[in-house]
Design a protein around this ligand. Structure first.
Ligand code: AMP
Length: 274
């Protein structure tokens, strides 16, 4: 595995790659969720590039950019063991100019749910992913369903800008109790970890109600809200279509249940694809 910090080094190594390239963009503090994406990329491509970059433009004022966990040594070891070819650790100064041309998230889908709670977040995500795609020129890029709205917007960017990359959606990896793995789980105390299980429980209870025949989206949302009462603040608990349009009726095969809630000072998200 080669580890590079400079854009020119990355481009020179990418130039030498023959065949397919799988790309996994991350913010590091790697866990088994990230590793599942990396392993899949390894299985499906001749070469694998992983990037680790805590991207400042996708954090809002007052969010956890400064305190976000940074674990370069441990992450490098995980990547090396996973057999990737190239690990890219860019510097923010090299990626960004002062007054940049911007890619804006779509007006509606980019500014509801996560986009409403974190206005501008997806603009920053799309900006950095476009840069990383142009640098790594991947055949396939791997994203977790954990960030469902991000996945939908990146798929839309690829479509709207005719990018020659296939987006591969990967299943959510959870711990043995059901908590979706996240680098931000490191912020949780034991007691908070216990209460954080309310998110996956809300999704499970909702899916049981749907399994029992309930199709009214508002009733399903009420079930999720009730289960989230253990958290400190609910940002949203909704059922939407896979394209993120609002729905009144659950449609199996085309619905995502999404929850976002605060436990202490930590904001957590989870979802379930029906
Ligand atoms: P992040 O480092 O949090 O930006 O995540 C990098 C990629 O890993 C994104 O595509 C995430 O959706 C994905 N990811 C994060 N957590 C999980 C998880 N628990 N299961 C599957 N994918 C995940």
């Amino acid at each position: 595995m080669q580890k590079v910090y400079e854009i020119a080094q990355l481009q020179a190594l990418r130039e030498k790659m023959q065949g397919s390239v799988g790309f996994v963009p991350t913010m590091g503090a790697l866990h088994a969720g990230h590793l599942s994406l990396i392993r899949r990329a390894r299985e499906e491509n001749d070469h694998v590039i992983v990037s680790i970059f805590v991207n400042p433009t996708q954090f809002l004022e007052g969010e956890d950019f400064e305190s976000y966990p940074r674990k370069e040594e441990a992450d490098s070891e995980i990547c090396r063991r996973a057999g990737i070819d190239l690990l890219f650790f860019p510097h923010a100064e090299a990626l960004y100019e002062k007054d940049e041309l911007r890619i804006l998230a779509p007006a509606i889908r980019g500014y509801i749910l996560e986009g409403e709670k974190r206005p501008g977040h997806f603009d920053g995500v799309l900006q950095v992913v476009m840069k990383l795609f142009n640098l790594t020129r991947p055949t396939r890029a791997y994203f977790g369903k954990k960030d469902a709205q991000q996945l939908a917007l990146i798929s839309q960017m690829v479509r709207n800008y005719f990018l020659p990359t296939e987006i591969v959606a990967c299943e959510i990896v959870r711990d043995e109790k059901g908590l979706a793995l996240s680098s931000r789980n490191a912020y949780l105390s034991d007691e908070e970890k216990q209460r954080a299980l309310a998110l996956s429980r809300a999704l499970r209870l909702a899916s049981e109600r749907i399994g029992a025949g309930e199709r009214d989206a508002r009733k399903i949302e009420a079930v999720m809200e009730e289960a989230l009462s253990e958290t400190d603040k609910i940002d949203y608990a909704v059922a939407v279509r896979r394209d993120f349009q609002a729905i009144d009726e659950i449609e199996i095969g085309n619905t995502i249940l999404l929850v976002a809630a605060w436990v202490g000072k930590t904001r957590l998200i989870d979802n379930l694809w029906l």
